[in-house]
Ligand binder design. Structure first.
Ligand code: NAD
Length: 498
């Protein structure tokens, strides 16, 4: 890659966009693709660029390059692998501004509130996993006096990593950083909606790693993604995305008997007790619901249960706080909330809001002002929306909306609110807000979710084991445990001394 330190972030972002137009990254080279998909910049609904629409033959080439690199990479000392991965994190940080610029343009997320932070967390994941090389160790097993028995951990082989569009860089690093440090080559299937920043980061890694250890393909899920899942030389699939696609991938992987990890959707409850500091809980709802990401988060607190004693005050304070947020151009430093990622996603979100509008028992409150600038695509911006009092069995309460819409329900009985909180098929995240330690500890045991928080609404964090129960997925990410479980296989070695 050309050294471009003296150009503006915007210009560097455009250079990357052009560089990664209609190519796959295979064996350290950018390989032109015969077909392409348009990438739309949602804030303006204009074409940002074109990304490769790779087919099964391209996927085959990428997997072959990864397979060719597998042996030598597995033989590279684990700490050296980790050192290279951590180094890539530092290089990424040095490119924070242009990466944030590109990410904001392709995802529609606001650069100040979302994109810079995403790059910091992605780089942090590279650094964290990079430091874990020496933890890939086995055990000795007490078996018999004249037998030495031990386990070792080996790489699993070529890893296919399939990414969604909402937080592409963090989700990419959650997968590839542990896979690489554990000694596996990877083939990334970038999101066709937001691919370019993924390519830029992958090439930063490729510049440090041996040829073929990291490869990127892109294209439609049905053609390119499915070809990766079905490839006989792919030993493991790690996927983040929708429930429907996760189910398909699980079935395909079952036919080949290969392991998969799946991070899918969520409908995360936030329970607010009467004893909270109201201001803090309201701020927790703004953060927990990821309103600055337009609610496009799997862990979004999209069901908020507020004790009757403070319900009205909470709703009023939340509305007042949301009204202060600026919806606008993702690249404008004044903007808190950017766009929804695509017109299809807008239609999906609006469908749920229409259901709420039509429900006689519900009240729908729209917050903050839509932008007026005529340079922006008006249909892609949506207001943060609160849906009060809707029937608990409504699809608005039961299904993932993946937009800036949260349900708020009033409660009085702890047992009833706990039953409602656990009454969906998902189990990704949950939070309880209270000053009472006993309530906090009891609720953290009873909440049926893989990530439970008390008086907090963190998103994915390096070193906090993360992953859902039920239809939210299979397996954990972000931790040493996840690296060992998903990206190594355990071998038992027995040595007879007699
Ligand atoms: P999606 O499922 O539509 O697509 C995700 C990826 O899978 C894309 O790269 C797509 O091309 C690919 N794909 C589609 N069909 C495929 C197939 N048959 N075989 C292989 N790959 C295929 O998801 P999306 O719309 O990009 O992302 C939004 C979804 O991601 C939401 O449901 C959200 O909850 C989920 N998500 C989950 C987490 C989590 O950690 N649990 C985090 C972020 C997003």
């Amino acid at each position: 890659m050309k050294d471009t330190h003296d150009i503006s972030p915007a210009a560097q972002a455009e250079l990357w966009r052009d560089r990664y137009s209609k190519v796959a990254l295979i064996g350290g080279r950018l390989v032109p693709s015969a077909n392409a998909i348009e990438v739309i910049e949602p804030a303006h609904m204009t074409v940002l660029g074109e990304v490769a629409a790779n087919d099964a033959a391209d996927v085959n080439a990428a997997v072959a390059a990864a397979k060719a690199a597998a042996h030598d990479w597995a033989e590279t000392p684990a700490r050296e692998r980790g050192r290279l991965v951590a180094e890539a994190g530092r290089i990424m940080l040095a490119q924070l501004e242009p990466l944030a610029h590109l990410l904001a343009r392709e995802t529609g997320k606001a650069i100040r509130t979302e994109c810079r932070g995403e790059i910091r967390v992605a780089a942090d994941l590279l650094e964290m996993f990079g430091g874990l090389g020496s933890e890939i160790k086995g055990e000795t097993l007490p078996f018999a006096p004249d037998v030495f028995a031990a386990t070792t951990r080996e790489p699993v082989g070529v890893v296919g990593a399939i990414l969604p569009w909402n937080v592409p860089l963090v989700l990419m690093m959650l997968k590839i950083a542990p896979a690489l440090v554990a000694g596996n080559p990877v083939v990334i299937k970038a999101s066709e909606v937001a691919p370019f920043a993924t390519y830029a980061c992958a090439e930063m890694l490729a510049a440090l790693l041996p040829e073929g250890v990291i490869n990127v393909v892109c294209g439609s899920g049905a053609e390119c993604g499915q070809a990766l899942v079905d490839h006989r030389d792919v030993a493991k699939i790690t996927f983040t995305g929708s429930e429907a696609v996760g189910e398909k991938i699980y079935i395909s992987a079952a036919k080949r008997l290969i392991p998969v990890s799946l991070e899918l959707g969520g409908k995360s409850p936030m329970i607010v007790c009467a004893d909270v500091d109201l201001e803090r809980a309201v701020e927790g709802a703004v953060t927990g619901m990821r309103f600055t990401r337009q609610g496009q988060s799997c862990t979004a607190a999209s069901r908020i249960y507020v004790h009757a004693d403070i319900h009205d005050a909470f709703v009023a304070a939340l509305k007042a706080r949301l009204d202060t947020l600026v919806i606008g151009d993702p690249l404008d430093e004044a903007t808190d909330i950017g766009t929804i990622s695509s017109p299809q996603q807008v239609a999906k979100v609006k469908g749920y809001v229409a259901l709420a509008d039509a429900a006689p028992e519900a009240e729908v409150i729209r917050c903050a002002k839509l932008p007026e600038a005529d340079t922006l695509a008006p249909d892609l911006f949506l207001q943060p929306t609160l849906v009060l009092g809707i029937d608990p069995q409504s699809p608005v309460v039961q299904e993932e909306i993946f937009g800036p819409v949260t349900v708020i329900r009033k409660w009085t009985s702890y047992d009833e609110v706990m039953a409602q909180a656990n009454d969906t098929d998902f189990g990704l995240a949950a939070s309880i807000w209270t000053k009472d330690l006993a309530t906090a500890l009891t609720a953290s045991k009873q909440l049926d979710a893989g990530f439970v928080q008390v008086n907090a609404g963190f998103t994915i964090q390096p070193n906090l084991s993360y992953g859902g129960f039920g239809r939210s997925g299979l397996g954990k990410e972000a931790s040493l445990e996840s690296m060992l479980e998903h990206f190594t296989r355990k071998k038992t070695v027995v040595l007879s001394m007699s």
